[in-house]
Ligand binder design. Structure first.
Ligand SMILES: [Zn+2]
Length: 324
């Protein structure tokens, strides 16, 4: 009985491996990319980060739609699919965790070759800015200290406060990839962000995914082996292109303890682009403007074009040196 269960288990593992390996076949060559999943972050009851007048869910959807249109126009042979096209959680999920699972399942079932998630960043502080107080001087004030016969008159210096506006100044872009094994030297050049959890995408992985299940372990190994390099490559292209556009780029990052579950659960190279800070007034306006959205779209399209041609050329060089 135990033996039979073991056999069934290994058959299941083999089947899920086969499924993933069949996706790996097309990792290079002319048809390296046949299906791309575009994932607008958040949605519905999960608005994501809030700016002064817009939400992350809303702006991410607008950018994602424009990104999909631009990519379709340039690459008509590739299928571009969206995890959501309306202001809802993918799969009409009731919770954020269910929504994340739905995103990953949709990507895997659609046999995606690449997963691009679009988000906006936020600082933990109020959007736009806030009022704070500072001491600008002192004025004398007469006070009485002590009680009864010991009561004395005393002059103290009382601070004069001024209210002033503190602008939320943080701006810029960063692109995340799922953290590979830290001992893996390929990951050594990437900054590891100690996430403070300001983005609801960073969910405690253990809550929604059993990382000790055999399937999760296989996925993690495969991801590291086959998808990490490509994910890192595309992510670095995206950030290079942002820098060319004159945006402040914080480069490629990965999160360790709280993985970005969406990225980890997709059996394909995947990136999560933080397109800018919705909590900065000017960057929020920029990301809501047609000009800003078009520039973000151009950036990702340029990076995608470089990534795609590199995959295609990888196959050519393999052909040129048979037996290697
Ligand atoms: Zn987000």
């Amino acid at each position: 009985m135990l033996k039979m269960r073991k056999t069934i288990l290994s058959l299941c593992l083999a089947a899920s491996c086969l499924l993933i390996f069949s996706q790996l076949e097309a990792q290079s060559g002319k048809n390296a990319i046949r299906t791309v999943i575009i994932d607008p972050g958040h949605g519905g009851k999960d608005p994501g980060a809030r700016g002064l007048f817009s939400t992350e869910a809303q702006v991410a959807l607008e950018i994602s739609r424009k990104l999909g249109k631009a990519l379709e126009a340039e690459f008509p042979q590739i299928k571009f699919l969206y995890t959501r096209t309306e202001d809802v959680l993918p799969g009409n999920a009731r919770t954020v965790a269910e929504g994340l699972r739905a995103r990953a399942e949709f990507a895997n079932q659609s046999r995606g070759d690449l997963f691009i998630s679009i988000h906006l960043n936020a600082t933990g502080q109020r959007a736009g800015g806030w009022y704070a107080k500072r001491v600008v001087g002192h004025k004398p004030k007469v006070v009485y200290v002590g009680k009864g016969r010991k009561r004395k008159k005393k002059t103290i210096q009382q601070p004069i406060y001024e209210s002033y506006y503190v602008k939320n100044t943080r701006v810029g872009t960063e692109t995340y990839i799922w953290a590979a094994d830290r001992s893996d030297d390929k990951s050594a050049y990437i900054d590891v962000e100690d996430e403070s959890g300001e983005d609801s995408t960073a969910v405690d992985v253990n809550n929604i995914l059993d990382l000790n299940s055999p399937e999760a372990k296989i996925r993690a190994q495969l991801y590291t082996k086959y998808f990490f390099k490509n994910s890192a490559q595309l992510a670095s292209y995206v950030e290079e292109e942002f820098a060319k556009e004159g945006r402040q780029s914080f480069g490629v990052k990965q999160r360790n303890n709280k993985g970005i579950w969406v990225l980890q659960a997709t059996g394909m190279p995947s990136i999560l682009v933080e397109t800018g800070f919705i909590t900065n007034k000017e960057e929020e306006e920029y990301l809501n403007s047609d000009k800003g959205q078009q520039e973000v779209v151009e950036t990702v399209v340029n990076a995608f074009r470089r990534y795609k041609s590199e995959l295609e050329n990888a196959r050519h060089s393999q052909k040129a040196t048979p037996g290697k």
